[in-house]
Design a protein around this ligand. Sequence first.
Ligand code: GUN
Ligand code: ZN
Length: 428
Amino acid sequence: MGRQTLLLGQTLSFEGSPFERGPDAARHSASGGVLIDRGLIVAVGDGAALIAAHPQAEQVRYGNALICAGFVDAHAHYPQTAIVASWGKRLIDWLNSYTFPEEMRFDDPDYAADAAQLYLDLTASHGTTTVCSYCTIHPHSVNALMQEAQSRGQRLFAGKTCMDRNAPEGLRDTAQSGYDDSKALLERWHGVDRLSYVITPRFSPTSTPEQLSAMGALWAEHPDCLMQTHLSEQLDEIAWVKSLFPQARDYLDTYESHGLLGARGLYGHAIHLEPRERTRLREVGAAMVHCPTSNTFIGSGLFDMDGLMREGQRIGLATDTGGGSSFSMLRTMASAYEIGQLRGRALHPAELMWLATVGSADTLHMGDRIGNLAPGMDADLMVLNLTSTPAIAQRADRANDIWEALFPTIMMGDDRAIHDVWINGCRR
Ligand code: GUN
Ligand code: ZN
């Protein structure tokens, strides 16, 4: 009992998807409360009623700040932290010029450990309480991030990036060693505390058919694991995939024909999809992950959020750092909004917040544990200051409802808007 904490402020949660039900799918309370006990949310409701019912709980008063679920970043590359915002390249040149040289540095376990620490500091300071990250081909790059998250009590999804071709010497494994190393890491980390292993073939161009098959076999042996990869990000990349896999019906087929299409698959970017690919992704219930700051920064294209949502696809939101240009899911929501505008569909703030929390959690098949405020869910929360800069404050001051109050922070906010973060029931 003595360990209960009652957070008081505005609260925002979801009872359904605003893409299906409109903004009414959200539950907002101007004077709400969230009761947490150790790592779990125990109750969500009216602040005064919770005070009366739990007088012994320690109270943390946030005033007008907005208590929400912590952000869930469904696709990121922690080893690219140091090359975020690198100038002037498109995807393949960007990988060769910036990404691969930086990922080579993870050969040094100490370098990986420092990067893991910095990355989890940066993401938490931006309100992100769960990430699904690629590591490098080095097994210790996985150990570094898992150990760091474990010591913080943080939920984490991560896996060893496998590549056995079209990558420099020093960044290649083999079909066999990629399988063996991934399996050993999976056995060491998957299901330990709040950690989950993710089978991670980088993308078709950097894996031989043998490696894709080996990854498919590993997934078949561990069907409860997620599998993450990249799909149809840039037109040059798609043309390259077609030349590397002449028999494939399309890009997705390079995965599908090697056992790498399934409901627990996460397909990053998914911009330039063919009708068959859309149909198959929906049929199997696979997830696509929208990475808007990356898609504009690397010049990839405009994700079809509206059309894909109407088809009933499972979609999450992600930074894709360091192809993405920000660690902030607020900035990522702003970018998703701008891409929506360019495609003729203004995403509602409820839809943007849902994508960054519930939607991303659903892509990780964790919607019952994270990404929302409800009794029994993990106490991973963040508290948004809706007046974090003078420009935002003067706009929010005129708001007539929570959406008008929140939207300036979505569009203009950054880590200064993150008033507080709770991970596993502990204040950061
Ligand atoms: N495709 C294959 N690898 C990567 C990567 O690291 N970042 C992005 N944005 N796309 C990729
Ligand atoms: Zn990526």
